[in-house]
Design a protein around this ligand. Structure first.
Ligand SMILES: [Zn+2]
Ligand SMILES: [Zn+2]
Length: 308
């Protein structure tokens, strides 16, 4: 069919470019390339973010690599993850907005009417800080619930099934999980009357920090690791050690995990990543369908090569 000559020709071009290889599935590559073109036309900001952030984090991972592993754009599932990045920013974000709009009239009456007025009278920086703190607290508990409620874990396990962590790994996310996470942090901020620009900037910050937390970067900050989330902090959240699947839920401030008894900051990096749920490495739709696969089981991943 059409794909075979395309793949052969493309691999010929790729072979002449040092450090470049195509994904194993031509359909994944075509899908990701098509999505990228559509995003470049309809949402150039999303396409530009993927290129700029991808370029920046690829350089960072080459500068201070944690483990000897393939770059994010060359490993299995890279094209699916890149496609998921675009889908997440456009379709899932739009769907989460609809969910928030439907829930707001239902949950809104529970918020005392004086509270949005009080918060609205604060200076801009205080409103932004309040939005950040609300997002962090709600993000902590929605993330923890995603681990502790079996129904939610079936979707969140897609994110934890990644055997390699790098800047592209956070795009390995089930849309239901992504919508739950976005709605559970956006809805409280909006109900408190904190402005949409505050919501957008808080989410942009959390999104970029999310890429850093998963990056293959050897970075330690000493005592500051209690205050600022780092790759070391979040890599432990992804450990394949079944005895540690209940730690480091915070998105930005690890001290929150200390308050709620889930902080884990030992001296060493984790030995391997993943969980005991089988999720396809490639194919966006196959991943989306995986929570309904029976039985949802697998084996604990093997130990990776140690830090460089
Ligand atoms: Zn998690
Ligand atoms: Zn993660």
């Amino acid at each position: 069919m059409l794909v075979r000559p395309f793949r052969a020709a493309s691999r010929g071009v790729a072979a002449r470019l040092p450090g470049v290889s195509l994904p194993r599935s031509p359909w994944a590559f075509l899908g990701a390339a098509g999505l990228f073109v559509v995003a470049a036309i309809l949402r150039p900001d999303v396409a530009l973010a993927l290129v700029v952030l991808g370029g920046g984090f690829t350089l960072l991972e080459r500068w201070r690599p944690l483990r000897p592993q393939p770059p994010a754009y060359r490993r299995e599932g890279a094209a699916t993850d890149a496609g998921a990045f675009v889908i997440d920013q456009v379709l899932v974000a739009a769907a989460a907005t609809v969910v928030v709009a439907l829930l707001a009239p239902v949950v809104g009456p529970l918020v005392p009417s004086a509270l949005p007025e009080e918060l609205g009278s604060l200076p801009g920086w205080a409103r932004w800080l309040t939005a950040f703190c609300v997002a962090e607290m709600c993000g902590y508990w929605s993330h923890r619930l995603s681990h502790e409620v079996p129904f939610l874990w079936r979707f969140h396990a897609v994110h934890h099934s990644a055997p390699q962590l790098d800047w592209l790994a956070p795009s390995r996310w089930h849309p239901v999980d992504a919508m739950f996470s976005a709605a559970s942090t956006t809805l409280p901020i909006l109900l408190l009357g904190l402005s949409p620009p505050a919501v957008v900037s808080v989410f942009a910050l959390r999104r970029i920090q999310g890429l850093l937390l998963h990056a293959n970067v050897n970075c330690r900050l000493g005592p500051l690791e209690w205050i600022v989330a780092t790759p070391f902090f979040h890599h432990w959240h992804h450990t394949a050690d079944p005895g540690r699947w209940d730690c480091n839920y915070a998105g930005s401030v690890p001290a929150l995990d200390w308050v709620f008894g889930s902080l884990h900051l030992p001296d060493e990096w984790p030995q391997s990543y993943g969980c005991d749920v089988e999720v396809p490495a490639t194919g966006y739709l196959a991943r989306v369908a995986s929570p309904w696969a029976e039985p949802p089981g697998g084996t604990v991943p093997e130990v990776l090569p140690g830090p460089a």
